[in-house]
Structures are given as C-alpha cells and as structure tokens.
Design a protein around this ligand. Structure first.
Ligand SMILES: [Zn+2]
Length: 466
C-alpha cells in the first residue's frame, strides 16, 4: 500500500531530508538591496540557487524566473497542481537561546533555525514529496509544479511577477501555514488617519501620545504625557480604569507634566481579543482626566468613541459583521502618535465575508470625518475557496488518512501566500496546537511533522495528478 511505502521511504531518508533543510537555513535570506538578477537582494537569490541545485540533483527540470521565483516540474501532460512555498525569511533578533538563527541544530526531534518552519522546511517537504512519487515510480496523468518564491515576507512581488507570466494551475496549495486546510482568509481594512488643529496652551492639557509600531500588532505598551493634572488625580482615575480593563498604568510626575505608561498585552492584529490593547486602555484613562476642551482632547474623545476598549468587533464604529463561514469582523486601533497640534494613527480590520468598501471602509471614513479626522482606508476582499471544492476535500482526506485526526477547513484573519489565487488553499505544515515561534526567536520545526507533511503532499500529488 502506498501509505506504507511512503512511510518506509521517508524513514530511510530522515538524515538526508534534515540535512537538505539545513543547507537552506544556513543561507541568510532576509530581503536585501536589489542587484541585477537579484530583485530581493543576494540572500534570497542564493537560497533560490541552492534549492534549485538540490532539485536538479534529484533529476527534476528546474527554472529560475529572473530571480523572482524558481520552479520545479514533474509529471506528464497538463499541469494540475501547483505547490507554493517560499525561501525568504524575516529578520532575526539577538534573543535566540538554542542556537544562532542561521546555524541550524536538531534537539529532541526539533530543528531550530530561522526558516525551519517558515518556510524552508515545508519547501523541502514539498520537494521530497515530488522526489518520493518519482522514485517510487507512481504513474501520473498530469503534472505537478513546486513554485519557490523569494518575497513572501515583504509583499509577495515574487509571485506577482510569476503569475503575470504563467497561468495558475487548476489547484494550488501552499505549505506555509497550518493543518488541516485554510480555505478562508478574511478581508482586510487597514486604515491610516490623520488630523491637525490649532495649537492650544490652556492647562490642563494633553501633550503627547505614543503607541504602536505596526498596524498589524495590537500594542502592549502605550504612553501619554499630560500637563497640569495632578499625579494623585491621575493615579486614582488609573486605578478605576485598571479595574475595568486589566490595563495597568505607571504614573510619573516631572515638574508640570505627568507621564502615563499603559501596560496591556500585545497580540497579532488579526486576533485582537487574544491581547489587551494598551492604547485603547490609555484612551479610556485620558478621557476621564479633566483636560481643557481643545483640538487634542476632542480627538482623543472621538477615538475613544470609535474604538472603545474591549470592542474588538467594531460595534461602536458601525462595522460589526458576522458570517458563519468566516466568523466575525475584528477591528483594532493599533497605532497612535499625537504631538503638538497633529496626530497620525492606524487601525487593523479583518473583515467577515460580506464586508466591502461601502459597508466597512466608507463607514469608517465618514465616522472619522464627522469627528475632525481624515481617514485613508481601502478594503481588500476576502479569499474564499468553497469547503466542497475538490482541492479542499482531497487535502482533508490526506490529512485524515495520515494523522488519524478529523480534518476541518479553517477560516483565519491573516493573509497567506495564496490570498489572490482562485483555487488556492494553505495546507500545513504546522500541526494543530504547535507554536513554531514563527518570526520570533528560537523558531523550530518538528522533524517528524515535516516528514509526515511530505507524505501527505506525496499522497496529494498522486490523488490529484494520478
Ligand atoms: Zn511564510
């Protein structure tokens, strides 16, 4: 039986499989300065060359698409299946403890190093799946292609270039997310808002607010400076707000001014209820202080009205929406910088099926305009492949066959590599309940999970192209 054959095939090749992942992880493929033939810099280009050399040595036809992506082809006839993985990685910090980011090591069955899970390990798993089908001599009717991208982490200009030149296969999966299968990605409403006003100097007043670094991160920290408000009054208001919100505050007096630091809990912008937004906690507090009625104070009250603490569904902003398939719209105010007589802020919205420019972004634009702020917000539609589509049904079958677990399609708030591909879904390689520390320190992949993933991919190739 094919499943047994695959199991033996991969058990015999564990060492080579791991060594090939390490070959790619050792190459620092963080995006760099473009050079001729290297649109994303020398690192991604080197990782692409290495991966294509690996595939060529396995006997596959390969092609380098001007340094944007590489392709590995196998099988006769028309192409039925594309597998889409990437070789670029996100930057590293200096907080790694198990090993240096580009010096992969295996400990207790876990392979540590930048890219082991995102996405070099899964890329090698897909390549080995093709190799297994080839070496085990399973006849195919149609062909399969592995597409190796080099710009997934910084905007996916790689596959934009490729898909301007090549058609999408009838079916595509990307091993760059979670098992079982992700068939729905919510829409996105990212907003940038600004305002300015006549500077006032009446006391007490708000001097500045600083919170957040990126739209897609719920801030765990936020800071404000007020002038002419006593520290005692600020502290007693802060205690009440902490009791209501869980956000805690440090209050520090220096001369006329009081510095307030809010501590909440950071979370991904697509899952605001997993965190505790320090910025909206801080807005709650600022609105309870007896500040003069000036331009800054009015904008703070307006933001507190639109993004009240704990309202992660956009109810107050008038954009709440729910759909059985995708779940609820989420909305989080994530960035705010206010100083002197101007502010700039951002929010991150992940929208339920049914949301669009008119019922989401335009509503927010009007709500902000009515409160003296200018909002720039474009809605990006959701990605949705029907749960009955053959690609979803077949991949779930593979998952159930190889893991013994019930496979159900998932909807997520984030976007994956296949967001713009009509019949594209994400399939692996993270198993339910595993945290691979993606984009963080000590990123790792479980080698047995990758080996099992490779077996599922091989089965999928045979089922879909056989
Ligand atoms: Zn990735």
């Amino acid at each position: 039986m094919f499943q047994e054959q695959l199991k033996e095939y991969f058990a015999a090749r564990r060492a080579a499989f791991t060594a090939d992942i390490c070959r790619l992880v050792r190459i620092d493929s963080v995006k760099g300065e473009p050079q001729p033939g290297m649109p994303f810099g020398a690192g991604p280009a080197a990782a692409l060359e290495e991966a294509l050399a690996m595939a060529r040595d396995m006997g596959f036809a390969v092609k380098n698409w001007d340094g944007y992506v590489g392709t590995v082809d196998f099988g006769p006839g028309e192409r039925q299946l594309d597998m889409l993985a990437h070789l670029d990685v996100v930057p590293v910090g200096d907080d790694w403890t198990v090993t240096a980011p580009f010096v992969p090591v295996e400990r207790d069955g876990m392979l540590y190093g930048r890219g082991t899970a995102d996405d070099k390990g899964p890329a090698v798993a897909a390549l080995y799946a093709m190799r297994a089908v080839k070496e085990l001599g399973v006849p195919l009717q149609r062909s399969v292609r592995l597409i190796l991208g080099t710009d997934e982490e910084s905007g996916s200009a790689d596959i934009a270039y490729y898909y301007q030149r090549e058609k999408e296969a009838p079916m595509t999966f990307s091993p760059d997310a979670d098992f079982p299968v992700i068939n729905i990605e919510k829409g996105r409403a990212h907003g940038v808002f600004t305002a300015d006003w006549e500077a006032g100097d009446a006391l007490p007043r708000l001097v500045s607010v600083h919170a957040g670094t990126r739209a897609n991160v719920v801030p765990g920290l936020a800071e404000a400076v007020v002038a002419g408000v006593s520290a005692e009054l600020t502290c007693s208001a802060a205690q009440l707000v902490t009791a209501e919100t869980g956000v805690t505050f440090d209050v520090e007096k220096s001369g006329e001014q009081t510095r307030i630091t809010a501590h909440g809990e950071s979370a991904h912008g697509s899952a605001p209820k997993d965190g505790n937004n320090a910025l909206t906690g801080l807005l709650t507090l600022l609105c309870r202080l007896p500040l003069s009625d000036d331009g800054a104070t009015r904008r703070i009250h307006a933001l507190n009205e639109l993004f009240p603490h704990g309202d992660w569904r956009g109810i107050a902003a008038g954009v709440a929406r729910h759909d059985e398939r995708s779940g609820a719209t989420t909305l989080a105010c994530t960035v705010l910088h206010l100083e002197d007589n101007a502010l700039r802020g951002e929010f991150d919205g992940r929208t339920a099926i049914g949301a669009n420019q008119e019922n989401t972004c335009d509503v927010l634009i009007a709500a902000m305009a009515a409160r003296g702020m200018t909002l720039d917000c474009r809605h990006r539609p959701e990605h949705c492949v029907s749960a009955d589509a053959p690609i979803v049904v077949e991949l779930l079958k593979c998952y159930e066959q190889y893991t013994g677990q019930k496979g159900e399609p998932l909807a997520i708030g984030g976007g994956t590599y296949v967001h713009n591909i009509k019949n594209g879904v994400a399939f692996g390689c993270t198993m339910p309940g595993v945290d691979n520390h993606l984009h963080g320190a000590d990123e790792f992949a479980i080698v047995d999970d990758l080996l099992l993933s490779a077996q599922m991919f091989a089965q999928a190739i045979v089922d879909l192209c056989g």
